[in-house]
Design a protein around this ligand. Structure first.
Ligand code: GLC
Length: 733
């Protein structure tokens, strides 16, 4: 008794000394201790078990405390009904945590993540996540399986659509914004949505760009390319991560002690929980790592996965392993503790239910749509604009032909993972142009062909409309189902008959503005010469058509910049800007060096690239201090001038190259960026600061270190920036 009194006294004293947040955390840990001490082994496993949807059997399991989480249950009333079973009819009355894939919006659908990453507008992306969280919580969802932060260098991989492209620095910045947007300032906020950084880890490194395929990379590449966005998400407070399907060099991500236990829960001291991707624990059998599901569960639990999504691998039979010593119960208790910690922090014990009336005043509000339109506009990338055909000169145009299978398509703009988005909510390109040009310009339209199906039967009727027009807007690209999960392509040109249609329209000699709608970089080498202008509009969500009309008609000057390279040919893949120099860098003038016989090494459009209706000039690059210690910041300033006739926004990008190091280094790496808006003729000095600690690498011993020596900094409007200067990092005195 004396010991208990003393420990309670210590806790009381400690609570008085700690701040409110620490006191709250201490309180939660005490509640978890008390709850854990009352749980049977089966109830502990129940908290670690998640299923999709519901039925009578699952309701019985909830009542028995054998399920702790659900996903894919839609609607506040249904969520409340199931929550009631857990909270009022189970023995321990532990609330469910209900998850869903709220990736780029719940009902107000924003641009797909690859599109919004091209805005480089981390503040607006954060706002989009905040809106998504508000809408999702209003219908009883507590947890989203987002942000997807997988670095992707291979556009054949359909899930490139879901992430922020090829660069770890930008990927980390956007990961932070999304976690903060989803979770808000406190998880106790009724509009906070628990984030889940996924797919941990290196899922985008699949060989051949084929989903779920083998990933075989060095630990150095893992740490320098694929881990940074996850670390950023964890440091931003992400409450969960999702372990991936793929193996990494022979060890599946959902049973990988290095990534889960050593790095995530050790080096990063992650206090949230890890949910497996759908049956990825059960798939250890396919990987050949386990002979049965219970063994798969044991391996995955020891490695560091805490919750089993639809895998039937965390079951009460695991208790046999506890009794035999093959599974220390501390792993089970730690998993349950992590899950309960997030349920407490979300306030689910105090407020398990959602007001079913709430969603009526939250979904698709005018301010949500306005944010969706603004983010869509800023995600559009102007790839080509010959003869300044854009913005359209509406005074001189009488008739515009809007041609293509995606011109009036209201499904594609929702993109992949559209949650509860509805096609009827979408403004198509044609309807956006109709609204903008009503009474000003006559519009003619025709599909011309299907998105994927063969057949040129409707070419002629489209050509007839083209002949009656002054300019042609062609809307071509991919349907929503052609990117996302299990949607990989071995060829990356325009699908179906679309290129043939484009060629036939080009033969008429009419100027063509090509509007692309796609969920990945396409191979546009055959397309580029046929179009006078090319506008990359991705899948922009419910406001797609309005955003396109805003840009084509000059109401918004495009400012988007690619976050992933567009290859000249599939044969080049992988092609990315932060590549190594090799021992024989490409030299067109001689034979024996690293290049192809039939295509240039460079991408057709590089990382960071995007045009504007105006033009920006860079000059006067200055480094404040060219001899730096690791404790200092690199401070770079540059003058940027808008030398065109209209205001515009430029994304100023800063890249650094480590010229000599103990291991090979990329030819350049993004280390800073800033969006800057300048009126016509305005000139501004932009200053970017980079902590020298961010200029390190994993040295020959895989230790992260900033190595003294000479570095080169480049500043400009894309990853080919030429304005540069050198500086030195000196050993600490
Ligand atoms: C899917 C996806 C994952 C998603 C999960 C739940 O297979 O890989 O991204 O969050 O299952 O829908």
């Amino acid at each position: 008794m004396h010991t208990i009194k003393r420990s309670m006294l210590v806790v009381t004293l400690l609570a008085g000394w700690l701040g409110s947040q620490e006191r709250e955390a201490l309180g939660i840990e005490q509640k978890i201790d008390a709850l854990l001490s009352r749980m049977t082994f089966a109830e502990k496993i129940g908290q670690m078990t998640q299923f999709s949807g519901t039925d009578a059997r699952k309701e019985e399991q909830i009542r028995a405390g054998a399920i702790g989480s659900l996903l894919n249950v839609i609607g506040a009333a249904e969520n409340n009904r199931l929550q009631k079973i857990a909270v009022e009819e189970s023995r321990l009355k532990i609330p469910l945590i209900i998850g869903n894939d709220v990736i780029h919006g719940y009902r107000t659908i924003f641009p797909i993540p690859l599109a919004w990453s091209a805005s480089w507008d981390t503040a607006l992306i954060r706002q989009a996540a905040r809106i998504a969280a508000k809408e999702a919580r209003a219908v009883g969802i507590h947890w989203t399986f987002a942000p997807m932060v997988d670095i992707a260098r291979d556009p054949r991989w359909g899930r490139i659509a879901e992430g922020a492209g090829e660069d770890p620095f930008l990927g980390a910045a956007i990961a932070r914004s999304l976690v903060c947007g989803f979770q808000g300032s406190s998880l106790a906020d009724p509009q906070a949505l628990l984030a889940c950084a996924k797919h941990y880890v290196a899922y985008g490194g699949a060989e051949g760009g084929r989903d779920y395929n083998t990933v075989d990379i060095s630990e150095r590449t893992l740490r320098e390319i694929y881990l940074p966005p996850f670390e950023a998400a964890v440091r931003a407070g992400a409450g969960s991560l999702m372990s991936a399907f793929n193996e990494i060099g022979g060890i599946p991500a959902s049973a990988n002690p290095l990534t889960l236990r050593q790095i995530l829960k050790g080096e990063w001291a992650f206090t949230g929980f890890v949910v497996s991707d759908w049956n990825s624990i059960g798939e250890l059998l396919n990987h050949g790592l386990a002979a049965n599901r219970i063994e798969a569960g044991r391996q995955s639990l020891i490695a560091g996965v805490d919750m089993d999504m639809e895998g039937l691998c965390f079951t009460p039979e695991l208790e046999e392993f506890v009794k035999s010593g093959a599974l220390p119960e501390k792993y089970v208790d730690d998993a349950v503790r992590r899950i309960l910690r997030m349920k407490y922090r979300l306030g689910l014990f105090e407020n398990p239910y959602t007001d079913p009336e709430l969603s009526k005043n939250v979904l698709m509000q005018a301010d949500h749509l306005a944010a969706a339109r603004e983010l869509a506009r800023r995600s559009i990338v102007l790839l080509k604009n010959e003869k300044n055909i854009l913005p359209l000169n509406l005074e001189n145009l009488k008739t515009i032909a809007v041609i293509g299978p995606l011109a009036d398509d209201n499904n594609a703009p929702l993109g992949t993972w559209r949650c509860q988005g509805r096609p009827e909510d979408v403004v198509t390109v044609l309807s956006g142009l109709r609204q903008r040009l009503a009474g000003k310009v006559k519009l003619l339209s025709a599909k011309g062909c299907d998105i994927q199906k063969a057949g040129q039967a409707h070419f002629q009727s489209a050509i007839e409309k083209v002949r009656q027009s002054d300019v042609v807007i062609m809307v071509l690209g991919e349907g929503a189902e052609m990117s996302g999960e299990a949607a990989c392509r071995s060829e990356l040109g325009l699908p179906g008959e679309q290129l043939n249609l484009l060629r036939r329209v080009a033969e008429t000699g009419k100027p063509i503005v090509l509007v692309l709608m796609n969920g990945r970089p396409l191979v546009l080498s055959a397309v580029e010469p046929l179009a006078t202008a090319i506008v990359e509009t991705w899948h922009l969500g419910v406001q797609h058509g309005n955003a396109v009309a805003d840009v084509l008609c000059g109401d918004y000057n495009p400012s988007g910049k690619l976050t992933v390279s567009f290859p000249r040919s599939v044969g080049q893949i992988p092609v990315y800007y932060n590549h190594k120099n090799t021992g024989r860098p490409a030299n067109p003038g001689s034979k024996y060096n690293s290049k192809y016989l039939d295509v240039d090494n460079s991408p057709l459009y590089p990382f960071g690239y995007g045009n504007s209706y105006t033009r920006f000039e860079y000059s006067g690059l200055k480094i404040a201090n060219t001899r730096l210690q690791t404790s200092e910041d690199l401070r770079v300033s540059v003058s940027v001038k808008n030398v065109g006739k209209q205001a515009g926004t430029e994304v100023v990008q800063l890249y650094v190259q480590d010229l000599v190091a103990s291991v090979t280094r990329p030819v350049r790496e993004l280390k800073g960026f800033q969006r800057v808006t300048l009126s016509a003729g305005q000139q501004e000095t932009v200053t970017l600061r980079v902590p020298v600690t961010q200029l390190g690498c994993y040295d020959i011993n895989l230790q992260y270190r900033v190595e003294p020596g000479e570095f080169r900094v480049y500043v400009g409007g894309d990853s080919r920036a030429e304005l540069s200067a050198t500086f030195n990092v000196v050993a600490a005195q």
